[in-house]
Design a protein around this ligand. Structure first.
Ligand SMILES: [Zn+2]
Length: 350
């Protein structure tokens, strides 16, 4: 391939880097340094994120090289001359000069690449497990490398020629009908592109998830919500609570238990001349029609409820007692405070 630079020789096979691969190295380092690592790991310095990004990108490059070497070594062992391996923007190419002569050889040559990636991935996870802690720089790299290689292995096994999975499938079809279809002999990895785009799209989701990871409802809720008794009249509710306090809704309490929610529109549904005789408990939305959360629930579990139901506030109940209210405002405030404290590097970068 023109524009390629020879960087060395392994097992007698020339290894080339195409100029386009440098672009992927830079992009990958950048996306890891400002996206992936800051989102998943808090508290490192900016320099550390860049060093981590670079090391992880280079190690991914080594992983791809090992994947291609596996193809080439098996090919050569089966009597197919291997000219070289070139790493370029879409991953790696093993330039093997002849098509395999039998479906068995094709199968072995193809399957060994993804197996190598899966093996590296498993190895990284085993090392991470042995390391025993998951928040250090080393752990961050092992986790990324493990994930990337497992994805790489799985992605390459999907039957889409010219990826490895396509060759595995072709070898099986070939074995069955005994007839080699002519096809492009290149083995493409599509790794850089694949990992880059998947890492980017995962970022925004991972970002919110990671901001709220380990945060419970009790940490964000308002612990002193305004409540109203169930037995007062609507007239008293309007005169003593809604108008003076500027409320649009309030949770209704009976004894010390949550009984329901009363809103402006519930009040409007009762004719004004009946306000004096109608108790709040009769006009409110009863408790069993409300969605209730507990203080120990994680915010990540509760957020979809709010988004999906177009609910602005959720009562937080423990042992039948209203202990707080989780509102959209409170969540936004929580995010703002964290951002002002500089706790959200990942969010700004993504
Ligand atoms: Zn491959």
């Amino acid at each position: 391939m023109p524009g390629s630079l020879r960087i060395g020789k392994i097992f007698g096979i020339d290894i080339y880097i195409h100029i386009s691969w440098v672009i992927i190295l830079v992009l990958l380092t950048w996306s890891l340094a400002v996206g992936w690592f800051p989102v998943l790991y808090h508290g490192f310095s900016a320099v550390t994120y860049w060093v981590l990004g670079f090391i992880a990108a280079v190690l991914l490059f080594v992983s791809v090289l090992l994947h291609e070497l596996a193809h080439s070594v098996v090919a050569r062992a089966r009597g197919l001359p291997v000219k070289n391996i070139t790493l370029f923007i879409f991953g790696g190419v093993s330039n093997i000069e002849k098509e395999p002569g039998s479906p068995g050889v094709e199968f072995q040559m193809a399957v060994v690449g993804p197996l190598t990636s899966l093996l590296i991935g498993v190895l990284a996870f085993v090392l991470l497990f042995l390391l025993g802690q998951y928040s250090s720089a080393l752990a961050a790299i092992l986790w990324y490398l493990g994930l990337a290689n497992i994805l790489l292995g799985i992605f390459n096994l999907i039957p889409g020629f010219p990826l490895d999975g396509g060759r595995v499938l072709r070898s099986i079809v070939w074995k069955i009908d005994g007839n080699l279809r002519r096809a492009n002999g290149l083995w493409l990895g599509f790794i850089g592109w694949f990992l880059l785009s998947s890492a980017q799209s995962a970022n925004s989701e991972v970002m919110l998830q990671s901001v709220f990871r380990g945060v419970t409802v009790s940490e964000v809720m308002n612990t002193a919500p305004t409540t109203v008794p169930a037995n007062i009249s609507l007239q008293k509710l309007v005169d003593e609570y809604f108008l003076p306090l500027g409320l649009r809704s309030a949770f209704v309490i009976q004894g010390d238990r949550l009984a329901g929610l009363i809103t402006l529109s519930d009040i409007r549904h009762v004719p004004r001349e009946e306000w004096g005789q109608t108790p709040v408990g009769l006009a409110m939305i009863p408790r069993d029609r409300l969605h209730i959360v507990s203080p120990q629930q994680s915010l990540n579990d509760v957020l979809p409820l709010m988004a999906g139901r177009d609910v602005n506030q959720l009562p937080v109940v423990q042992d039948e007692r209203l202990v707080g209210v989780l509102s959209r405002d409170a969540i936004v405030r929580y995010l703002e405070i964290r951002r002002n404290l500089g706790l959200e590097d990942g969010q700004k970068a993504a």
